[in-house]
Design a protein around this ligand. Structure first.
Ligand code: NAP
Length: 306
């Protein structure tokens, strides 16, 4: 039996592991994929304090992983399926998809969020053949080719900017006439002549034969439908929290975990940290802070209940 099990090895889970290990807790981390979370797909991070110059996402999060491991944290590769809480013993039983179960006095859910899909014809069909959700991973395939980026948030603008390293042209398709992204990112792309904004427009379908050849868009103000010739479509329209294994009573209507300032959920001993929690600004530094807070709260909980 463990003091603490941490679910997810992104920045929130790794920070929780670092703080938990330093507090002397007997813990391990469960991660479905390889450690790192969404930051692994971020080409450069320029707003994580402590680095004068932008740092590649993988490098930042690998340093977090190595730091947690140096302190003795073990990271197990598995997928969480459900969590049961025994109100009498106050223990948690975690069921994993490989059939194993583990018990712990406290749990931190830090399983982050997954990219949202458009749900339009062609999106699934051309996935890996022109449709992508990661410019850092796939951008280099579009050297001197035409691409479209969907979305108007920080991710869409950052990734559109990144794609200009390779693509000859990037259509930036956004459903409103103003971007949601930070002003610094808007200013950055405004001066880039490789980026062509297609505002007040929604994609209707992604078309092609073997690979993507075009995207059909509708101007939501005029109703005009047009077809843009593109070789690749990159979708960045936000995230949905990875919380399907948690009881509904812990979630809000967006599927996010409701927590207080100490990252406590409604169930004593169960904490949540990072992009899956309500009111998260979804920044790496905040995910780390959440993870540290959750680990310290878990420590207090374990001491008070032992
Ligand atoms: P986001 O901020 O939720 O933006 C999603 C964008 O996609 C919005 O512009 C939205 O349009 C659009 N959209 C949503 N559903 C759509 C649909 N079905 N069809 C077409 N467009 C759709 O997501 P994000 O950009 O991935 O950012 C997520 C969070 O991470 C944010 O809090 C962001 O600040 C943070 N982040 C920070 C950094 C950084 O600090 N460097 C980098 C990346 C992300 P509307 O604007 O009309 O809603």
């Amino acid at each position: 039996m463990k003091d603490l099990i941490i679910l997810g090895a992104g920045p929130a889970g790794l920070a929780a592991a670092i703080y938990g290990m330093r507090a002397g807790l007997n813990l391990f981390v469960i991660e479905k994929f390889s450690p790192g979370g969404q930051v692994m797909n971020t080409y450069e991070v320029e707003n994580y304090p402590g680095f004068v110059d932008p740092i590649p996402g993988w490098e930042l999060v690998s340093a977090m992983e190595n730091q947690a491991k140096r302190l003795g944290a073990e990271i197990i590769s598995a997928e969480i399926q459900s969590i049961a809480h025994d109100t009498h013993s106050k223990l948690f039983t975690l069921a994993l998809s490989d059939g194993k179960t583990f018990q712990a006095k406290a749990v931190i859910a830090a399983t982050g969020a997954s990219l949202k899909k458009l749900g339009i014809p062609g999106e699934d069909h051309f996935y890996g053949r022109g449709v992508s959700y990661c410019a850092t991973c796939d951008g280099a395939f579009y050297k001197e080719r035409v691409t479209a980026v969907i979305g108007g948030g920080d991710t869409a603008l950052e990734e559109a900017h990144f794609l200009t390293r390779f693509a000859s042209k990037v259509y930036l398709i956004h459903r409103r006439n103003e971007y949601r992204a930070a002003k610094i990112l808007q200013d950055r792309i405004a001066s880039m002549n490789k980026i062509t904004p297609v505002l007040e427009s929604i994609p209707l379908s992604i078309n092609g034969e073997a690979n993507v050849q075009s995207i059909t868009v509708k101007n939501v103000r005029t109703g005009e439908i047009s077809e843009l010739s593109v070789d690749g479509v990159f979708v960045f329209i936000g995230y949905t929290p990875n919380t399907s294994y948690l009881p509904n009573e812990l979630l809000n209507d967006k599927g996010e975990v409701i927590v207080d300032m100490q990252m406590r959920t409604k169930i004593p001993g169960l904490f949540a940290a990072g992009d899956l929690r309500c009111d998260s600004k979804r920044q790496i530094v905040m995910a780390c802070a959440d993870g540290a807070t959750a680990a310290l709260s878990a420590y207090d909980f374990i001491i008070e209940n032992s």
